[in-house]
Design a protein around this ligand. Structure first.
Ligand SMILES: NC(=O)c1ccc[n+]([C@@H]2O[C@H](COP(=O)([O-])OP(=O)(O)OC[C@H]3O[C@@H](n4cnc5c(N)ncnc54)[C@H](O)[C@@H]3O)[C@@H](O)[C@H]2O)c1
Length: 333
């Protein structure tokens, strides 16, 4: 059972009764939260994921049905669409992290580009009303803050993952708006964290809050990438799941709009470490509270979202502050 003390007042009462919704990547960190929320509001949920639900009990929802499949396999995916006939697709499946994409760019492009193309192609073929695409703030690279959706992007992305997610946005436009495909909407998430986040310091998929909490629990120093000053806008997974449902239902979108899903506030790595340690960042002691590790390749130094468009088009706003989100995660360590 997930921690529910962060649940916002139920202003978001959705009527999803009888709606057939496919969630790709529904055994992942974000997708599994989306699945829980859709089920809670009465949707008929079909999950497609390469992972087997029996191996991921903590991510599995008994009221959803699961199809074990790689979205890059067009013919098998066609059979799943034919069997499930979704009204909507929430497309979360992806090779989902930056640093591993330097080692495995081919796998990254297969899932993120070929996979997205298959989802859009089949959504058109089977009359899906709308595809909600999980885009990424990594699309911005190094850019002036705050990051706004209409700002001009650098010609090249900083890493293969960011490129692949940018191509997915283009496909949403080309295979949706330009060629009579399904309605589409692209949500650029900013550093998502919360329950079920990847958390093993050694794992290539873990993200900083997960790693730091794991290290805090083990009583070992947090591993900080130099110089500890890069800043990120952190978004709680509960808010990201709400944004997905609002994007699926909003009458104001459907034409491949790009919409930031972030909080409009950013924190340095040291500030995150300090929040978890429960002391001011000036009081952090090198060697005891943290150690420096090797720098990372090609990621933006700083992110900060403008979420004005999400407010206007989706009626969305972030509810969970980083302070509350971390306090809640610490309670469940
Ligand atoms: N977590 C973040 O901070 C963040 C930020 C921006 C965007 N995103 C995007 O959000 C989405 C979800 O990310 P997440 O953090 O939950 O990642 P995750 O790795 O936890 O979940 C992704 C899921 O997709 C599945 N998957 C991967 N490739 C697949 C394929 N070819 N066929 C079928 N299933 C496949 C995985 O098994 C996994 O269950 C991704 O599209 C990611 O790019 C995440």
């Amino acid at each position: 059972m997930l921690a529910d003390t962060l649940k916002k007042e139920e202003s978001d009462m959705y009527d999803l009764n009888g709606k057939r919704i496919m969630v790709t990547g529904g055994l992942g960190f974000i997708g599994s939260r989306v699945v829980d929320k859709l089920v809670e509001y009465g949707a008929i949920v079909k999950v497609v994921d390469v992972k087997h639900p029996n191996d991921y009990a903590a991510f599995h929802n008994d009221k959803a049905s699961y199809f074990v499949m790689d979205i890059a396999h067009l013919e098998q995916m066609r059979e799943i669409f034919a069997a499930t006939r979704p009204d909507f697709v929430i497309h979360c499946a992806a090779f989902a992290r930056m640093q591993p994409s330097f080692e495995q760019p081919d796998e990254c492009f297969l899932s993120n580009v070929v996979g997205a193309r298959n989802i859009l192609l089949l959504s058109k073929e089977f009359g899906v009303k709308r595809v909600v695409y999980s885009a990424s703030s990594s699309a911005y690279g190094e850019a002036e803050l705050p990051l706004t959706e209409d700002m001009k992007l650098a010609p090249r992305a900083l890493n293969p993952y960011a490129s692949s997610k940018r191509i997915g946005e283009m496909l949403c436009y080309d295979m949706g708006v330009l060629t009579g495909g399904p309605e589409t909407v692209c949500l650029r998430y900013f550093n998502v964290y919360g329950p079920r986040q990847p958390d093993t310091a050694e794992g290539p998929y873990a993200t900083v809050i997960g790693i730091f909490l794991d290290q805090y629990k083990a009583g070992v120093p947090m591993t900080v990438v130099p110089d500890g000053l890069s800043r990120r806008d952190y978004t709680h997974v509960y808010d990201v799941a709400s944004a997905n449902i609002e994007a699926m239902l909003s009458p104001k979108v459907g034409k491949a709009e790009i919409i930031n899903v972030g909080c409009g506030k950013n924190y340095s790595i040291f500030e995150v470490a300090a929040l978890i340690h429960g002391k001011p960042k000036e009081a952090l002691v090198e060697g005891k509270d943290f150690v420096f590790i090797a720098p990372r390749k090609d990621e933006a130094k700083e992110t900060l979202a403008s979420w004005e468009r999400a407010r206007k088009l989706l009626g969305w706003r972030p509810f969970v502050t980083l302070e509350d989100g971390i306090a809640n995660l610490k309670k469940h360590l």
